[in-house]
Write a protein that binds this ligand. Structure first.
Ligand SMILES: CC(=O)N[C@H]1[C@@H](OP(=O)(O)O)O[C@H](CO)[C@@H](O)[C@@H]1O
Length: 521
């Protein structure tokens, strides 16, 4: 254990000795914990972190003044589209994706270190369940989609294959996530193929560059952002683990999108066939202020400009076709080759610039009294996962349908958007569409057939795909029938005809594996 004089000397080098000001009055256990926490902070890095935070604070808030002039939309040749391509091309991409999965070359990596502050929960967001009939959590939906896509790839190629699931957690989420997985028997995944690792934490810093003490024996620490991924990959030898397993392509995604398609073969295949080392899935932005980053070019280089860093004027610009000029909304689904991740982790990571968030950080005052500030008093610095895009040799964006692939759980019920009810509805609406496309009919409680989709709400596209965009429905509208389809039965709406074609079902209807077996018999 680090001794107090040793820790004090290190803190002096970092200019942060004040962190020990209550040390003498702590009980032995508390003191040891504080010394261990402080002893782990590297003095030069801590000094630099606090210096940068204070310097960033000296700049006026908001986007850099010259940013707008440096922005351009991504050139069309870098953008593919799942919905606007011809069906044969889409099939080719999908086939390539399945081939790579069957060869065990694809892994998924979940970014799950966040604190769920906006959602207002004290546990990891992935454990949240939005109120589906099956009561599945986000983690369970994800686990089951991995299992199904492995099965589909295996069937096509007459093999058994594995998609390892890497889960980046933080000090806040590792313990509860690990326990949750154990309690749920890893959702029937082999625990050897679920690899949890922890991202680093960084101290929150006051406006004058001093790390903040949250309690007498605890520094206010926060995860280093989802771009902490690249340090964490090195810290825990994750890339070596991928290499041992033969993984070449990694689908990185964030935890909150209830519709996320893990290891999506179409996306993987598109990126691989394009020879991309780095890719981002996007949806068309719904409205100018939508809180999604935009994929674009800055000084001619592909990049994401985060919603918090783009001015309202720029966000509202429209192109000649009337669409938003910066319309490619980042949905935090990224493709990386292992080689690219290796280069980033070994070479480019130190070049990533942290982003500054000014926050209310609870602290102890000079007398040691805990204070909950009413206005922002501190700075948290975070790296962003997409800040590595400028280092790509070949970057692509891939546009997908929002209704099918994007409904993030960000906010508590008190917020009208991206809340649990909205995400629940997005999933149930999707499953209802899939069931209708597969030829199902639904009955009300009295056995009468429910009217099928109001014609005015149809938007026919993608061949026989019946589109029923939730964005065209008045807020709060439920699908006409409740239908939930287990990801173990269908990953993206495929293969449902054999259970549903021409049959009638009463709402609510849950198509799980047992039900599917019964219907097949
Ligand atoms: C740093 C980062 O990854 N930000 C992402 C992420 O936003 P959060 O508000 O941090 O959850 O998810 C959004 C999509 O849900 C995406 O648009 C945005 O760019």
């Amino acid at each position: 254990m680090a001794s107090e004089p040793a820790v004090r000397a290190r803190l002096q080098r970092a200019g942060q000795e004040h962190l020990l000001r209550f040390c003498a009055e702590l009980a032995p256990g508390q003191r040891a914990a504080l010394l261990a926490e402080l002893g782990a902070l590297e003095p030069e890095a801590l000094r630099e972190h606090c210096r940068r935070a204070a310097a960033a604070c000296a700049h006026p808030p908001g986007p850099p003044p010259d940013l707008a002039a440096r922005l351009r939309p991504l050139p069309p040749e870098c953008v593919g589209s799942a919905s606007r391509c011809d069906p044969e091309t889409r099939l080719l991409w999908e086939e390539e994706g399945f081939r790579q999965i069957a060869l065990n070359k694809v892994a998924v990596l979940l970014l799950a270190g966040g604190q769920g502050t906006r959602l207002g929960v004290t546990y990891p967001k992935g454990m949240y369940q939005v109120g589906l009939p099956s009561q599945k959590s986000l983690y369970q939906l994800q686990a089951e989609r991995i299992q199904r896509v492995e099965q589909l790839a295996g069937e096509r190629h007459g093999t058994r294959c594995t998609i390892p699931w890497y889960i980046m957690t933080s000090e806040f989420t590792l313990g509860p996530t690990a326990t949750f997985f154990q309690e749920h028997d890893f959702f029937h995944r082999d625990p050897n193929n679920v690899i949890m690792f922890e991202q680093r934490m960084l101290p929150a810093v006051s406006f004058d560059g001093r790390a903040i003490l949250e309690q007498k024996d605890k520094v206010a620490m926060a995860p280093d952002g989802n771009g902490g991924l690249y340090c964490a990959l090195s810290d825990h030898q994750i890339l070596e683990d991928m290499e041992r397993r033969g993984v070449e392509f990694v689908h990185v995604y964030c935890v909150d999108n209830i519709l996320v398609r893990l290891a999506d073969p179409v996306f993987i295949g598109f990126c691989v066939l394009r020879g991309a080392d780095c890719g981002a899935k996007v949806v068309e932005k719904a409205y100018p202020e939508e809180p999604v980053g935009v994929v674009c070019q800055v000084d001619g280089v592909p990049q994401v400009v985060e919603y918090s860093e783009v001015s309202p004027e720029t966000a509202q610009l429209r192109g000649p076709d009337g669409h938003l000029l910066y319309s490619l909304g980042n949905i935090c689904n990224h493709f990386f080759t292992r080689g690219f991740l290796q280069m980033v982790s070994s070479e480019f990571e130190p070049l990533l610039k942290p982003h500054v968030a000014v926050k209310k950080v609870p602290y102890v005052d000079e007398e040691g009294n805990p204070v909950k500030p009413i206005k922002p008093n501190g700075i948290k610095m975070e790296k962003f996962v997409f800040d590595v895009f400028p280092f790509a040799k070949s970057f692509v964006a891939f546009e997908v349908s929002r209704e099918e692939e994007f409904s993030p759980l960000k906010n508590a019920a008190s917020d009208a958007r991206d809340n649990p009810a909205v995400t629940r509805r997005a999933l149930l609406m999707q499953h209802y569409r899939w069931a209708l496309q597969a030829g199902a009919h639904f009955l009300d409680a009295c056995g009468a057939r429910l009217p099928e989709l109001p014609r005015s709400l149809f938007r026919a596209s993608e061949g026989k795909d019946v589109r029923f965009p939730s964005s065209h429905l008045p807020d709060g509208t439920e699908p006409p029938a409740i239908c939930e389809i287990s990801p173990l039965v269908s990953y993206a709406g495929e293969g449902l005809e054999m259970y549903l074609q021409g049959r009638e079902f009463r709402s609510p209807f849950i198509l799980d594996e047992n039900q599917a077996r019964a219907l097949q018999a």
